[in-house]
Design a protein around this ligand. Structure first.
Ligand code: HEC
Length: 108
Protein backbone atom coordinates (compact mmCIF):
# COMPACT_ATOMS: atom_id res chain seq x y z
CA UNK A 1 0.00 0.00 0.00
CA UNK A 2 2.65 2.51 1.08
CA UNK A 3 4.91 1.70 -1.84
CA UNK A 4 2.03 2.13 -4.26
CA UNK A 5 1.15 5.62 -3.06
CA UNK A 6 4.85 6.59 -3.00
CA UNK A 7 5.25 5.46 -6.60
CA UNK A 8 2.12 7.35 -7.57
CA UNK A 9 3.43 10.56 -5.95
CA UNK A 10 6.77 10.10 -7.72
CA UNK A 11 5.08 9.67 -11.08
CA UNK A 12 3.04 12.84 -10.61
CA UNK A 13 6.09 14.82 -9.44
CA UNK A 14 8.13 13.63 -12.40
CA UNK A 15 5.39 14.74 -14.78
CA UNK A 16 5.20 18.16 -13.13
CA UNK A 17 8.97 18.65 -13.18
CA UNK A 18 9.20 17.55 -16.79
CA UNK A 19 6.58 20.16 -17.62
CA UNK A 20 5.01 17.93 -20.23
CA UNK A 21 1.24 18.27 -20.54
CA UNK A 22 0.01 14.93 -19.22
CA UNK A 23 -2.60 14.57 -21.92
CA UNK A 24 -0.15 15.12 -24.77
CA UNK A 25 -0.91 12.70 -27.58
CA UNK A 26 1.97 10.19 -28.08
CA UNK A 27 2.37 11.29 -31.71
CA UNK A 28 3.35 14.76 -30.52
CA UNK A 29 5.99 13.78 -27.98
CA UNK A 30 8.90 13.46 -30.36
CA UNK A 31 8.42 16.99 -31.66
CA UNK A 32 8.23 18.60 -28.24
CA UNK A 33 11.93 19.48 -27.95
CA UNK A 34 12.14 20.77 -31.52
CA UNK A 35 9.08 22.94 -30.97
CA UNK A 36 10.61 24.74 -27.99
CA UNK A 37 12.59 27.01 -30.31
CA UNK A 38 9.31 28.07 -31.94
CA UNK A 39 7.50 28.87 -28.71
CA UNK A 40 9.88 31.74 -27.90
CA UNK A 41 8.13 33.72 -30.67
CA UNK A 42 4.85 31.85 -31.16
CA UNK A 43 4.04 31.51 -27.44
CA UNK A 44 3.83 28.55 -25.04
CA UNK A 45 1.94 25.70 -26.78
CA UNK A 46 1.99 27.98 -29.84
CA UNK A 47 -0.57 30.29 -28.22
CA UNK A 48 0.78 33.64 -29.28
CA UNK A 49 0.26 36.56 -26.92
CA UNK A 50 1.05 39.17 -29.57
CA UNK A 51 1.26 39.94 -33.27
CA UNK A 52 3.03 36.71 -34.27
CA UNK A 53 0.53 34.11 -35.54
CA UNK A 54 -0.73 31.41 -33.19
CA UNK A 55 0.23 27.84 -34.11
CA UNK A 56 -2.08 26.19 -31.58
CA UNK A 57 -5.16 24.80 -33.26
CA UNK A 58 -3.64 24.64 -36.75
CA UNK A 59 -3.76 21.30 -38.52
CA UNK A 60 -0.77 19.08 -39.15
CA UNK A 61 -1.34 19.37 -42.89
CA UNK A 62 -1.41 23.18 -42.81
CA UNK A 63 1.73 23.43 -40.67
CA UNK A 64 3.73 21.09 -42.90
CA UNK A 65 2.58 22.82 -46.10
CA UNK A 66 3.31 26.32 -44.74
CA UNK A 67 6.75 25.45 -43.39
CA UNK A 68 7.79 23.79 -46.65
CA UNK A 69 6.58 26.88 -48.54
CA UNK A 70 8.63 29.13 -46.24
CA UNK A 71 11.64 26.89 -46.68
CA UNK A 72 11.39 26.96 -50.47
CA UNK A 73 10.81 30.73 -50.53
CA UNK A 74 7.32 30.22 -52.01
CA UNK A 75 5.60 32.11 -49.19
CA UNK A 76 6.38 35.70 -48.20
CA UNK A 77 7.94 36.12 -44.79
CA UNK A 78 10.16 38.39 -42.76
CA UNK A 79 11.88 35.70 -40.73
CA UNK A 80 10.25 32.30 -41.27
CA UNK A 81 12.11 31.54 -44.51
CA UNK A 82 15.42 31.68 -42.67
CA UNK A 83 14.08 29.69 -39.71
CA UNK A 84 12.38 27.00 -41.83
CA UNK A 85 15.62 26.42 -43.79
CA UNK A 86 17.18 25.08 -40.59
CA UNK A 87 14.82 22.09 -40.43
CA UNK A 88 14.65 18.86 -42.41
CA UNK A 89 11.32 17.57 -43.71
CA UNK A 90 11.33 15.01 -40.94
CA UNK A 91 11.88 17.74 -38.30
CA UNK A 92 8.97 19.67 -39.83
CA UNK A 93 6.73 16.60 -39.60
CA UNK A 94 7.63 16.08 -35.94
CA UNK A 95 7.00 19.75 -35.10
CA UNK A 96 3.67 19.66 -36.95
CA UNK A 97 2.73 16.48 -35.04
CA UNK A 98 3.45 18.28 -31.79
CA UNK A 99 1.45 21.45 -32.41
CA UNK A 100 -1.48 19.63 -34.03
CA UNK A 101 -1.62 17.08 -31.20
CA UNK A 102 -2.23 19.90 -28.69
CA UNK A 103 -5.62 20.59 -30.22
CA UNK A 104 -6.82 17.21 -28.99
CA UNK A 105 -6.87 18.75 -25.51
CA UNK A 106 -9.55 21.16 -24.40
CA UNK A 107 -8.69 24.80 -25.00
CA UNK A 108 -8.24 26.76 -21.81
C1 HEC B 1 12.04 34.92 -34.28
C2 HEC B 1 10.65 34.64 -34.07
C3 HEC B 1 10.09 33.34 -34.66
C4 HEC B 1 10.50 32.05 -34.41
C5 HEC B 1 11.66 31.57 -33.53
C6 HEC B 1 9.61 31.18 -35.17
N1 HEC B 1 8.69 31.92 -35.85
FE1 HEC B 1 7.19 31.21 -37.06
N2 HEC B 1 6.63 33.10 -37.51
C7 HEC B 1 7.24 34.25 -37.05
C8 HEC B 1 6.68 35.41 -37.76
C9 HEC B 1 7.06 36.86 -37.53
C10 HEC B 1 5.72 34.90 -38.66
C11 HEC B 1 4.91 35.66 -39.73
C12 HEC B 1 5.59 35.42 -41.08
C13 HEC B 1 6.91 36.16 -41.18
O1 HEC B 1 6.90 37.39 -41.17
O2 HEC B 1 7.99 35.51 -41.27
C14 HEC B 1 5.70 33.45 -38.46
C15 HEC B 1 4.83 32.60 -39.15
C16 HEC B 1 4.80 31.23 -38.95
C17 HEC B 1 3.83 30.35 -39.56
C18 HEC B 1 2.65 30.74 -40.47
C19 HEC B 1 1.45 30.92 -39.58
C20 HEC B 1 0.24 31.37 -40.35
O3 HEC B 1 -0.81 30.76 -40.14
O4 HEC B 1 0.35 32.31 -41.12
C21 HEC B 1 4.13 29.08 -39.16
C22 HEC B 1 3.41 27.79 -39.53
C23 HEC B 1 5.28 29.17 -38.30
N3 HEC B 1 5.66 30.49 -38.19
C24 HEC B 1 5.89 28.09 -37.69
C25 HEC B 1 7.04 28.19 -36.90
C26 HEC B 1 7.74 27.04 -36.37
C27 HEC B 1 7.29 25.60 -36.54
C28 HEC B 1 8.81 27.51 -35.69
C29 HEC B 1 9.91 26.71 -34.99
C30 HEC B 1 10.63 25.79 -35.83
C31 HEC B 1 8.79 28.96 -35.77
N4 HEC B 1 7.70 29.32 -36.53
C32 HEC B 1 9.70 29.80 -35.18
C33 HEC B 1 8.22 34.33 -36.08
C34 HEC B 1 8.94 33.25 -35.58
Amino acid sequence: MRIKSLLCTLAILTAIIAGVPMSLHPAGKEGLLLSLSCTSCHGTYGLSPGAIPTLYGKSRKYLIKTLIEFRNGDRDSTIMERIAKGYTENDIRLIANYFSSLTKKKKK
